[in-house]
Design a protein around this ligand. Structure first.
Ligand code: NAD
Length: 264
């Protein structure tokens, strides 16, 4: 893939540490020659993100809390000053109160429902609108989703509802921006042990279940996700938009526990 992204510039949102899915994606893009900018949420993450950005040759590290539209506007205004244009954006952001990522979905509070939808769904729409305004034909936007959008998964609850809305928003924005030659896609990643995932109840059990029952009989890595992201964000994905690409070791095709699966 060396050279595939030469001359392309993109923004990575949602890098928290070297376990983040955003990190796997950023490494894959930088390895293919892309020039990257990063946004981080809150001062505490700045000192984590800066050295990682530097490792990939980037010194553009900007704050952005996606629950604050003024902060999103400032981010894209700064980026426009720096670069003028943009070729791709990666939105690897989601949030819900972890007290509601266990127990029953039906008990979700209105406040957390609205916050989860705001940060995990609306923010991608707000980001794509601003990114697309800086893009030419060939631009590509990517978000991250999970199979809990399509099927009931233990403890995923309000995040499953949010991811379903996120996937629908990918389809609507693909239509809106397709006329301009801009593509909008999502990767539905299998479970990966990250900071965000550690908030989900029984996450270790979910990891084991996927390892034993997915067709590839393993979990995916952030590197697996990075490679598929490179396809969707580069010219290799030129004919694909509105898609939810499963990078989950095939788990989404399975209908029943594998006969060789050990007890967990
Ligand atoms: P992570 O904790 O490394 O990343 C989540 C990021 O969201 C963090 O960088 C955090 O700062 C950011 N964020 C949260 N609220 C924000 C806000 N208000 N403004 C700006 N940023 C904010 O975890 P991750 O697993 O890499 O998560 C990335 C994406 O991948 C999320 O959308 C998540 O739902 C999705 N995903 C994760 C898995 C998994 O198993 N880890 C599976 C499928 C999809």
């Amino acid at each position: 893939s060396a050279g595939l992204m030469d001359g392309k510039r993109g923004l990575i949102m949602g890098l928290a540490n070297d376990k983040s899915i955003a990190w796997g994606i950023a490494r894959s893009l930088a390895g293919a020659g892309a020039e990257l900018a990063f946004s981080y949420q809150g001062e505490a993450l700045k000192k984590r993100v800066e050295p990682l950005a530097k490792e990939l040759g980037s010194d553009i590290v900007l704050p952005c809390d996606v629950s604050d539209m003024a902060s999103v506007d400032t981010l894209f205004a700064d980026l426009k000053d720096r670069w003028g244009g943009l070729d791709f954006v990666v939105h690897a952001i989601g949030f819900s109160d972890k007290n509601e990522l266990r127990g029953r979905y039906v008990d979700t509070s209105r406040d957390n429902f609205l916050m989860s939808m705001d940060i995990s769904v609306y923010s991608f729409t707000a980001v794509v609108k601003r990114a697309a305004a800086m893009m030419n034909a060939g631009g590509s936007c990517l978000t991250l989703t999970y199979y809990g959008a399509e099927r009931v998964m233990p403890h995923y609850n309000v995040m499953g509802v949010a991811k379903a809305a996120l996937e629908a928003s990918v389809r609507y924005m693909a239509e809106d921006l397709g006329k301009d030659g801009i593509r909008v896609n999502a990767i539905s990643a299998g479970p990966i042990k990250t900071l965000a995932a550690s908030g989900i109840g029984d996450f270790r059990y979910i990891l084991k279940w996927n390892e034993y029952n997915s067709p590839l009989r393993r979990n995916v890595t952030t590197e697996d996700v990075g490679k598929s992201a490179l396809y969707l964000l580069s010219d290799l994905g030129s004919g694909t938009t509105g898609e939810v690409l499963h990078v989950d070791a095939g788990y989404h095709v399975v209908g029943m526990k594998a006969v060789d699966a050990p007890d967990i």
